[in-house]
Design a protein around this ligand. Structure first.
Ligand SMILES: [Mg+2]
Length: 259
């Protein structure tokens, strides 16, 4: 008799073994075991679309966000807001209530930092390979960013592959609101649970994905989200990778990939 025992390679909230998560290791015969395996295989979720974040996910992170926040908010306010928001500062949200003049100046500073980022734009290792894999399976490919449309246009030009729809911050409300992801699902005529959001931000990408009812995959290159301060966040990713190179096997293992 062979008992089936599946063990998750990550902490519980990272369901690398989602397709098997409902199985209890209580099987008592080999035929039952075979049936259970068959059931597990056939209950893999269908995945028909992947939506990517841009900065820090499809492109190598080059924007110095802490420096940008300091420049916009001033040192004192930055320190205060940072201590009140351990999972990250939502700079666009903070400046939304400012006076028009102050807001204009803030957007100029942000645009300047984003321009510096665009000038040094590099495609993330594994991004091309992953996109080619998705193409080979006819999986749709979209993009949601809090950056501006010009940056998305530049990215498309440099990358040579098109993401459609590609929503920039001109689309309101932006991430972490689920609206942009729901808009893409509707455009694709897919349910959110047939779509995965992949991004490097817990507070923006994972929150947007989970709020919309999609799968969420966190790209954490440095392991920074392993820190205790992130243990109690409201929206947790279904999967976590340290490189886009890991995503293909994750998708093949856990999903029925259908167009
Ligand atoms: Mg990002």
């Amino acid at each position: 008799m062979q008992l089936l025992c599946f063990r998750a390679p990550y902490p519980l909230f990272f369901h690398h073994t989602r397709a098997f998560s409902s199985m209890a290791p209580t099987t008592t015969s080999s035929s039952a075991a075979a049936a259970a395996v068959s059931r597990a295989v056939t209950t893999k979720a269908s995945l028909r679309g992947v939506v990517f974040d841009m900065d820090g996910t499809l492109t190598v992170p080059v924007i110095d966000f802490p420096a940008m926040y300091r420049a916009v908010l001033g040192e004192e306010a930055y320190v205060k807001i940072k201590s009140e928001n351990p999972s990250g500062i939502d700079i666009l949200h903070h400046i939304e209530t400012w006076s028009p003049d102050k807001q204009k100046r803030a957007y100029e500073i942000i645009a300047d930092f984003e321009k510096q980022g665009s000038d040094r734009l590099q495609i993330m290792p594994g991004a091309s390979e992953l996109c080619e894999f998705l193409e080979s399976r006819n999986i749709r490919r979209g993009l949601i960013t809090r950056n501006v449309k010009e940056a998305v246009d530049l990215f498309h030009l440099k990358f040579g592959k098109v993401f459609s729809p590609a929503l920039s911050r001109e689309f309101r409300p932006y991430k972490p609101h689920p609206a942009p992801l729901l808009h893409i699902c509707s455009n694709w005529d897919l349910q959110p649970n047939e779509v995965m959001m992949i991004g490097d931000s817990l507070k923006d990408d994972v929150a947007c994905g989970k709020r919309a009812g999609a799968f969420a995959c966190l790209l954490d290159e440095t392991g920074r989200y392993d820190a205790p301060e992130y243990e109690d966040v409201k929206f947790k990713p279904d999967y976590k990778v340290s490189s886009l190179l890991e995503v293909r096997s994750l998708l093949e293992k856990n999903f029925e990939l259908t167009s």
